[in-house]
Write a protein that binds this ligand. Structure first.
Ligand code: FCB
Length: 469
């Protein structure tokens, strides 16, 4: 057995989000998820929507007790724009939401759990999407900063770690390229515009944070998907370079390196997709500075040079590559045969260390999807046996440990997720939680991973056999 210890003060916990856990009770407005579900329930797995989900809005006290029992010293969730704000133009808050978020934060703090609060987890208020096109409009970036101002003013003294956006590229992909988020458009130029305006919203929120807050830290959570090639041929390597440029560097470079990649601007211009911008807004983004980066990692990306013609009538990143499945890869049979590649965690850490000034970062989401059948029933000892998940978590954490040994500036790990939660159009198709959610009763049932994690978090170390990577 080998023992893997983590640096003192390492953050251990889980990540979740408001729209995936709270339920819609008490909300003054709909988000696009609430309204899209009522318009097209057939787009959602088993026609399950976001109305009840984990019912955190009413069950938060018991849930925080469970967090403590699982050894968490920190927890990320998000404040819903469509709950906190009554008037989107002024940023005027909703009294009941203020009460709820204070109570939830107080409960965490009283139990020794550091709240990490995100402001946007894919949940555009419906009215802003329908009136202005959401982040298609720079005005909505400004409104986001008013929401952020309200949140910092109300909760800034309770929250040390703030996050502007979770996976800002995902609403671009889902809403404007690949049709899995509302408004389900497929339009390369709009996609680039939305990406730019999200960065603008981020920068404006950071600006407000610097103006208001004397302490605390602010960052952004990016889903960094390292790209691997089919072969070492120049064509395949070029394909991987483009995928990395479009999916990783598009946000990483402006937000961490303070520059828009020249090649990206040229590429967008070539496809007539350059967003409308002003020099002031570009400067606001590149001047803005984050204190830390969050990184979400689930799967690697593998690409090859295109072999078939590109047939879409709008620009999409696949113009430059085709996806490639490694015939020797390991795959998760419970998650669309997604590839399992723990060494990618090491590669992400190395990239941040070598190319992004070794900025302070934490693993903000890592999770192993299983379905109910594969997790199986509650065992005689009252625990659901998700050993498959524990084994894979160990393998990924061994890689993180190697990275820290080699100089990665990583300060914590949050597993996705705490209690099985509602995952957008996939609803409850795949489970990720430390606790199973019984959809009928709302009961939380413990999985073995929670017991394993408690030991890890409380001792700040774990032991395992040396594992292949
Ligand atoms: C991530 C999202 C999160 C959740 C997991 C499974 O991409 O941040 O909301 O749905 O995937």
């Amino acid at each position: 057995m080998t023992r893997y210890s983590f640096p003192d003060g390492f953050l251990w916990g889980a990540a979740a989000s408001g729209p995936q856990t709270e339920g819609t009770a008490g909300k003054p407005h709909c988000s696009i998820w609430d309204s899209w579900f009522s318009e097209q329930p057939e787009r959602f797995y088993q026609q399950t929507g976001p109305q009840r989900v984990c019912e955190t809005y009413t069950r938060y006290q018991d849930d925080v007790a469970l967090m403590k029992q699982t050894g968490f010293n920190s927890f990320r969730t998000s404040i819903q724009w469509s709950r906190l704000i009554d008037d989107f133009e002024t940023g005027e808050p909703n009294a009941d939401a203020v009460r709820f978020y204070h109570a939830y934060l107080d409960e965490m703090i009283a139990n020794g759990i550091e709240p990490m609060i995100n402001l946007y987890h894919f949940d555009m208020p419906e009215v802003l999407q329908k009136k202005y096109g959401g982040f298609e409009s720079a005005h909505v970036a400004e409104l986001f900063s008013r929401f952020a101002r309200t949140a910092f003013t109300l909760f800034g003294h309770k929250v040390k770690y703030w996050i502007t956006f979770n996976e800002p590229i995902v609403p671009v992909e889902g809403g404007y390229l690949y049709d899995f988020h509302y408004p389900c458009k497929q339009d390369g130029k709009l996609a680039a515009q939305v990406a730019f305006n999200i960065m603008l919203a981020h920068a404006k929120a950071v600006q407000v944070f610097r103006e208001l807050m004397g302490s605390g830290e602010i960052g952004v959570v990016l889903n960094l998907t390292p790209t691997y090639t089919r072969s070492d041929s120049a064509e395949d390597k070029k394909a991987a370079w483009y995928a990395d440029l479009l999916f990783n560097r598009s946000f990483l470079d402006p937000l961490v390196k303070h520059q828009f990649p020249k090649a990206l601007c040229e590429l967008l211009a070539f496809h007539h997709c350059l967003p409308d911008t002003t020099p002031e807004d570009v400067r606001l983004i590149t001047d803005s500075r984050i204190d830390f980066l969050g990184v979400n990692y689930y799967v690697p990306r593998r690409v090859q040079a295109r072999e078939s013609a590109y047939t879409l009538d709008y620009f999409s990143p696949e113009y430059y590559f085709e996806n490639y499945v490694d015939p020797n890869g390991r795959f998760n049979p419970y998650r669309d045969n997604n590839e399992i590649l723990p060494v990618a965690v090491y590669d992400i850490a190395r990239n941040i260390r070598d190319n992004y000034g070794n900025i302070k970062w934490y693993l903000a989401e890592i999770g192993i999807a299983m379905d109910l059948e594969s997790e199986g029933p509650v065992q005689a000892d009252g625990v659901i046996d998700d050993g498959f998940r524990i084994g894979l978590m160990e393998e990924h954490l061994v890689q993180l440990h190697h990275a820290i040994r080699d100089g990665a500036n990583c300060f914590g790990v949050h597993q996705w997720t705490f209690i099985d939660n509602w995952s957008w159009i996939n609803a409850f198709k795949r489970r990720y939680g430390f606790y199973r959610l019984d959809l009928e009763t709302g009961e939380r049932q413990i999985k073995r991973n929670a017991l394993w994690f408690r030991e890890l978090a409380l001792s700040n170390q774990f032991s395992t056999e040396e594992r292949p990577s």
